[in-house]
Design a protein around this ligand. Structure first.
Ligand code: SAH
Ligand code: SF4
Ligand code: F3S
Length: 475
């Protein structure tokens, strides 16, 4: 595997913009406004990548549409994290044969994390002849070139070479949401947790320069963004590869000093590198949401070691307790895997007891899914599927009871929330900790912060009532 990051130069990006112009001219000659649909699977990093794909497409003259039916370009931006995620993509890809038959000039592309797996790109080559192109995340910056080659030569394009990864500044973005923005601060991952495919498909850890991130955040705030979520597979190792001598806590502090009424969130924080300095920085700045997603994966130190997580149960608990001590209102969420190869009943019970001890607001729970090429895929795994399902159900039941209890504790409190949308006859809003609140009000309130008094709760959400006028953040 190549280990050197490629920094895409302005000239290289300029050549991609020249392809955008050629594509726009191609459609102009045909007196057609072409349409494009981007379907996104997986995590926020893919959401952020899709915003770039839409940026390129818009610059090439495409109108973005909300369905594959009749679209001139369809892009499936895929996720490889679990078997089930891949099966869904193959199923939906199969269905595109019909949309393409009804609209023969449709061009279909598969990109994202699955495109980084040789077994997937080979299968596309062999068995999905109607897919016109396949490109891994490393090649996203070359999408205009890929699209142009398909349009002008009518030949299938495969840009899937195994690379350490690239950093490209200046790709246009069409953001889904003006209120909330994703900002990638780094790409890739060096951790090689034994179950995880991400380092293989997204390449080595590489940080964007601080000034590029700050410039992007300033522009967002000036344009009315109220929440910025900083993205990386392991944000706590931000800066390790830069010469600037900066770490993630320093970066957070700088973003928190940008003038304006907005909140900063981030994900994902790896417990190994989460430091007291980080928690102190979060506590210090009102603009940093008191919300932490700190995946623990397992409550058993033996399993954590087999997962190559580089922390044990005690260290994890120590860090969480410190974070809670400096941020008493901290909303804490996590990821957990049930049924890692060789996990015993006792080790599973350690996971349950950790959940009970920490009292997470909510959890993302997964059953272990073997990923080809990762060490855990070939580990001895004697636990039957039914047993893993039983453990999974038990874990969910324990967590649901905790979430319900925590949510009940909100009733009667009045909280500052960002009104962010509608859900049937209700408006939706988010607390600083990211909890969902439904309440009645006028749609003109979307985009404002409101004081909401919590009147009811369920396992998943809160019900609220509006207090008086819009409120400003106390600095
Ligand atoms: N970088 C993040 C996680 C990204 S993947 C971190 O280290 O915390 C999101 C979650 O998917 C992981 O936290 C893990 O819980 C789950 N996951 C990853 N690979 C998996 C696999 N092979 N089987 C089941 N769950 C998995
Ligand atoms: Fe995967 Fe581990 Fe990297 Fe997270 S830190 S992306 S779980 S290898
Ligand atoms: Fe999936 Fe890739 Fe994200 S594998 S979870 S889309 S980094």
């Amino acid at each position: 595997m190549n280990t050197k990051t490629t920094v895409i130069t302005e000239a290289q990006l300029g050549s991609q913009f020249a392809y955008c112009d050629k594509i726009a001219a191609y459609w102009h000659e045909r007196e057609t406004t072409p349409t494009a649909y981007v379907e996104t699977y997986g995590c926020q990093q893919n959401e952020a990548d899709s915003e770039k794909l839409r940026g390129y497409l818009t610059q090439s003259g495409y109108a973005i549409v909300q369905s594959a039916e009749g679209a001139d370009v369809v892009i499936m931006n895929t996720c490889a994290i679990r078997e089930h995620a891949e099966q869904r993509v193959f199923g939906n890809l199969g269905a595109l044969t019909h949309t393409k038959r009804r609209h023969p000039r449709q061009k279909i592309f598969l990109c994202g994390c699955m495109a980084g797996e040789t077994k997937v790109s080979d299968r596309i080559k062999r068995s999905y002849p109607y897919v016109d192109g396949c490109f891994s995340t490393h090649h996203l910056w070359q999408f205009p070139e890929i699209l142009w080659n398909v349009l002008s030569r009518g030949k299938r394009q495969f840009y899937v070479a195994d690379e350490a990864g690239s950093i490209a500044e200046g790709i246009p973005q069409v953001r889904d949401n003006t209120l909330k923005a994703w900002v990638s601060i780094m790409y890739g991952c060096n951790n090689f947790c034994t179950y995880c495919i991400v380092p293989y498909v997204r390449g080595r850890e590489r940080s964007r320069k601080k000034e590029d991130i700050l410039t992007e955040c300033r522009a967002l705030v000036e344009n009315g963004t109220r929440e910025i979520t900083l993205l990386g597979q392991n944000v706590n190792s931000y800066g390790k590869d830069l010469e600037e001598g900066i770490d993630f806590a320093d970066l957070l502090a700088e973003i928190a000093q940008i003038p304006g009424d907005f909140l900063i969130r981030f994900m994902t924080s790896h417990p190994r590198d989460a430091s007291e300095k980080l928690f102190d920085t979060m506590a210090k700045y009102p603009k940093i949401a008191k919300q932490l997603h700190l995946p623990f994966q397992s409550g058993s130190s033996r399993v954590l070691k087999a997962m190559n997580r580089h922390y044990d149960r005690e260290t994890y608990l120590k860090k969480v307790n410190y974070a809670k001590s400096v941020m008493p209102d901290l909303v804490l969420t996590s990821d957990v895997i049930v049924g890692f190869p060789g996990e015993t009943e006792e080790e599973f019970e350690e996971t349950i007891s950790l959940i009970q001890e920490v009292h997470y607001d909510s959890l993302f729970t997964f059953i272990f899914s073997p990923r080809t090429g990762t060490p855990a895929a070939t580990m001895d795994d004697p636990t039957p599927k039914e047993e893993k399902s039983r453990r999974f159900d038990k874990l969910c039941a324990v967590q649901n009871a905790i979430s319900e209890q925590i949510h009940e504790g909100y009733v009667g409190k009045t909280l500052r929330c960002l009104v962010d949308g509608t859900d049937k006859e209700f408006l939706t809003a988010r607390t600083e900790g990211g909890r969902l609140v439904r309440f009645q009000g006028d749609e003109s309130l979307i985009g404002s912060y409101q004081m909401l008094t919590i009147t009811g709760s369920t396992t998943w959400s809160l019900a609220g009532e509006m207090q008086n006028a819009e409120c400003k953040m106390q600095n």
